[in-house]
Design a protein around this ligand. Structure first.
Ligand code: GLA
Length: 412
């Protein structure tokens, strides 16, 4: 008997000694992106045309225009920064476009109190045909950490044979191992339901294909399509329950300032604020019109987006092309948005006293009939009465009316 247990022990210890007993940590770094990330990304405006001069100038502009003070923090370089891998497999930036190297660029960005993001891909090549991270995940994460990268957008082109959940867990484990906290932006376009497996793996996940700078259209590129603002919004249906502090649905980056009409830009920005989307500007910050600045830097609208409760708005009603969206806020306030999807002006009327607004997700109810709220129009900055009066207004085509309800002082 004694002999048998000794043999078993020996066998077990041999197996233990032989096997790789190292356990990966597949959990993301916590306490990052507790509100939707805010920043800028190069892709929507510049595509593959990125270099260190542009990135430095955009960082300068982000500070000079007041965007930084408004909360925008990340400067994210998207696809095409890459040069080649060296003989040991280490990735280097394109030496012509980034002659000073990424570490110097990160130092510059950090010296301005900002954070630097970079882009890679789970497959063999990025969507722009640059080297992907497949097979180099740990080495790349180590390189990014050494450079001082704070945010990684990880794309999904050329991933034949890979499963998304496993591929993203691998890069999470690699970031963990590298030891530098980085926000991980999962970019597999919502193909494999990242909202289900993503919350422990990344901090935000794309829910759709790429956004296109039109309000209401589909752009057909032949083998793939990109989507207007309204199309992207419709694709968020059913997803709000998956988002919250540290893990956000990502309906793609902003197209504000990239060619839509002012009201359309305002509606786009407002809806992204309402659904607690990451606010990643995608325009040329060096050349912004006053209108674009006013939209991107509206403190009241940003506050709706950054509200610490982290609950996305829900679509409460649809009537004659006008959608009513409602977002509960931490303080007991509510944001209410009337989105006019048609091209023509539409009247809206909302009787606070008779509408019964409850949100099962947050467990909150808006008893505006009993509790009087002050109603403030966030874009015009005007108080428009209180909830004891029905709200009556006209919303221009492709635009919004956005109000914030705050309990009247002295009321319960
Ligand atoms: C994909 C992503 C975009 C962008 C490009 C870069 O299409 O969804 O956001 O990163 O790749 O090539």
């Amino acid at each position: 008997m004694k002999k048998l247990s000794f043999m078993l022990l020996l066998l077990a210890s041999t197996a233990y000694g032989q096997g790789n007993n190292y356990k990966q940590n597949y959990r993301k770094f916590d306490n990052l992106a507790m509100t939707p990330p805010m920043g800028w990304n190069s892709w929507n405006k510049f595509g593959c045309n990125v270099d260190e001069k542009l990135i430095r100038e955009v960082a300068d502009a982000l500070v000079a225009t007041g965007m930084k003070d408004a909360g925008y923090t990340y400067i994210n370089i998207d696809d095409c920064w890459h040069g080649d891998r060296d003989s040991l497999g280490f990735i280097h930036p394109d030496p012509k476009r980034f002659p000073s190297g990424m570490k110097a660029l990160a130092d510059y960005i950090h010296s301005k109190g900002l954070k630097l993001g970079i882009y890679s891909d789970a497959g063999s090549q990025t969507c722009g045909g640059r080297p992907g991270s497949r097979g180099y995940e740990f080495q790349d994460a180590q390189t990014y950490a050494k450079w001082g990268i704070d945010y990684l957008k990880y794309d999904w082109c050329n991933t034949e044979g890979l499963k998304a959940e496993g591929a993203y867990k691998t890069i999470t484990a690699a970031i963990r191992k590298a030891g530098r906290p980085m926000v991980l932006s999962i970019c597999e376009w919502g193909n494999d339901k990242p909202w289900v497996w993503g919350p422990n793996v990344g901090h935000l996940w794309r829910t759709t294909g790429d956004v296109y700078n039109c309000f209401d259209c589909i752009k057909d590129h032949g083998s793939w399509k990109s989507w207007g603002v309204m199309q992207i919004l419709d694709k968020q249906d059913g997803l709000r329950k998956y988002a919250g502090p540290g893990h956000w649905n990502d309906p793609d980056m902003l197209e504000v300032g990239n060619g839509m009409k002012e009201g359309e830009d305002r509606a786009h920005f407002t809806m992204w604020a309402m659904i607690a989307a990451p606010l990643i500007a995608g325009n040329d910050l060096r050349k912004m019109s006053e209108q674009t600045k006013a939209i991107l830097m509206d403190k009241d609208v940003i506050a709706i987006n950054q509200d610490s409760l982290g609950v996305q708005a829900f679509k409460y009603a649809v009537k004659d092309s006008v959608e009513t969206w409602i977002k509960p806020l931490k303080s007991g306030d509510w944001a209410v948005c009337f989105l006019n999807r048609s091209k023509s002006d539409k009247p809206v009327e909302f009787n606070w006293a008779t509408e019964s607004v409850t949100d099962d997700l947050s467990g909150k109810a808006l008893n505006a009939g009993q509790t009087p709220y002050v109603v403030r129009n966030l874009w015009t900055k005007k108080e428009t009465g209180a909830t004891n009066q029905p709200l009556k207004a006209t919303v221009p085509g492709h635009d919004v009316l956005l109000v914030r309800l705050s309990p009247k002082p002295g009321s319960k």
